[in-house]
Design a protein around this ligand. Structure first.
Ligand code: NDP
Length: 420
């Protein structure tokens, strides 16, 4: 018996909710709450028509407002809150969970909506100098809840999507079963899908474009090395997808893995992009459309990247038209029984299969399934540990079993081609 409150009802949330409905042994009641409640109502209706055994209710909530969240949590009395809204809401939702002593789960690291806010900006600039990476997000804001969550006896599970999320579980699993020491990790995120648009993003455009237009960076010998955006390029031949160009990006799991596995000498993250995507992004950036700083337009303040989001296709609508596969995983080099060893753990996911099953494309699917798995493990007590943790800090085995069971089976290749 459990009650789950889900915040957000976008592309990722819709997969996570439908997957919770498939796991009714763990999730018996769910409240779907978001800014636009009509999306929650439509999903509730779809699930009820399918005969879903989970008791579903819906609610309107403004997740930027901690008091509004506290009111809803007190009314609904959930066992856990799954945050699949935006990273901007991480801290308000964590505050509400703390006040109500309820477990908290999310899929993405906190970042502020307004990166010009003076207090945040001053702390950001200090962090850039001290730590050596300039991404808008970092774990410090959420890790700062460690003692408060411990005192309240609640668990905070951070970043249980695919990357971060599954990729960090792959690291914990490789360490537990295949290596005495891991020396390098390359995380490869390949989307071989084609949606037929000249330009669209596969998840929230604002968050996605902020991430990929930023400087790259990687972790080496205990510190960050920062690169210009898209400065480091490699080619890789992905199983079931083929040869793709991929570029080194900063990515949030590197920060947690660097801290939690100090033995790892180098951690890099690569994502594939086609030339058309890069050309469009460069042009939009050059004309100022990726800016997060408001400008005055006909007497009104508008944020260019938010205006662009309104023009682009809704990622949740790409499902019917996206064909092809994703291939996401980690390549390791390390030592086992005194000998050098390499290993590749990855998942291949087919966009059209996801659409047939849940009506979504594979990016939302590969994020929403692990969001359900992390939540199920916290609620069932297997990953219950007061404090705030990333997915690499728990026993990986039950998570890996559930990936196989709930649609993201993985492959272990003990003789992979390495990335130079
Ligand atoms: P969408 O933009 O599709 O959905 C966001 C949802 O949150 C919408 O339903 C939106 O409501 C709701 N929302 C936004 N602001 C508020 C608010 N103030 N109060 C209440 N609800 C709000 O995003 P995605 O589904 O693509 O992404 C969801 C999360 O998943 C993001 O944090 C993203 O970074 C993360 N992600 C993680 C990945 C991983 O592998 N770890 C990969 C991909 C995404 P409305 O409908 O009104 O707009």
């Amino acid at each position: 018996m459990s009650r789950l409150l889900v915040i957000g009802c976008g592309g990722v949330a819709q997969v996570a909710i439908q997957k919770c409905a498939q796991n009714s042994m763990v999730f018996t009641e769910m409240c779907l709450a978001s800014r636009t409640v009509s999306k929650c109502d439509a999903l509730k209706e779809k699930l009820e028509k399918q005969g879903c055994p989970v008791k579903i209710t819906t609610a309107t909530v403004n997740a930027d407002d901690t008091q509004d969240l506290i009111k809803l949590i007190k009314e609904y009395q959930p066992d856990a809150v799954l945050n699949v809204a935006l990273p901007y809401q991480d801290l308000t939702i964590m505050d509400a969970c703390l006040e109500c002593k309820v477990d908290y789960i999310d899929t993405a690291n906190y970042e502020p909506e307004d990166t010009d806010e003076p207090v945040w900006r001053a702390a950001y600039e200090k962090r850039c100098k001290e730590k050596g990476f300039t991404a808008y997000f970092d774990y410090s804001y959420q890790w700062a809840y460690m003692d408060k969550f411990k005192e309240a006896g609640i668990t905070g599970l951070l970043g249980t999507g695919f990357d971060p999320g599954v990729t960090s579980v792959f690291v914990a699993y490789a360490k537990k079963h295949y290596f005495d020491e891991i020396h390098t990790v390359d995380i490869l995120d390949c989307n071989g899908g084609d949606h037929g648009y000249a330009f669209a993003t596969n998840f929230n455009p604002e968050i996605n474009l902020r991430e990929v237009s930023a400087n790259g960076s990687y972790w080496e010998d205990g510190h960050w090395i920062e690169t210009k955006p898209m400065e480091i390029k490699r080619e890789y031949n992905f199983d079931q997808v083929g040869m793709k160009d991929m570029y080194l990006l900063h990515h949030e799991e590197i920060e947690a893995l660097g801290r939690n596995f100090p033995e790892i000498k180098r951690i890099r993250f690569f994502m594939t992009f086609g030339q058309s995507y890069l050309d469009h992004m460069r042009c939009l950036e050059d004309v100022g459309m990726l800016s997060t700083t408001p400008i005055k337009f006909e007497g009104k303040d508008i944020v260019p990247i938010q205006f662009l989001k309104a023009l682009l296709p809704d990622p949740a609508s790409l499902g019917p038209r996206t064909v092809g596969k994703t291939n996401i995983g980690c390549i390791f080099r390390g030592i086992k029984d005194g000998k050098e060893k390499t290993l590749y753990i990855y998942n291949v996911c087919d966009h059209q299969e996801c659409y047939k099953e849940l009506g979504s494309q594979a990016i939302s699917y590969t994020t929403g399934v692990p969001a359900m798995i992390g939540t199920a493990l916290v609620i069932s007590g297997k990953w219950k540990k007061p404090g705030v943790y990333t997915t690499d800090e728990f026993d990986p085995d039950p998570y890996m079993e559930m990936l196989n069971e709930f649609g993201l089976p993985w492959v272990v290749d003990e003789n992979p081609v390495m990335v130079d």
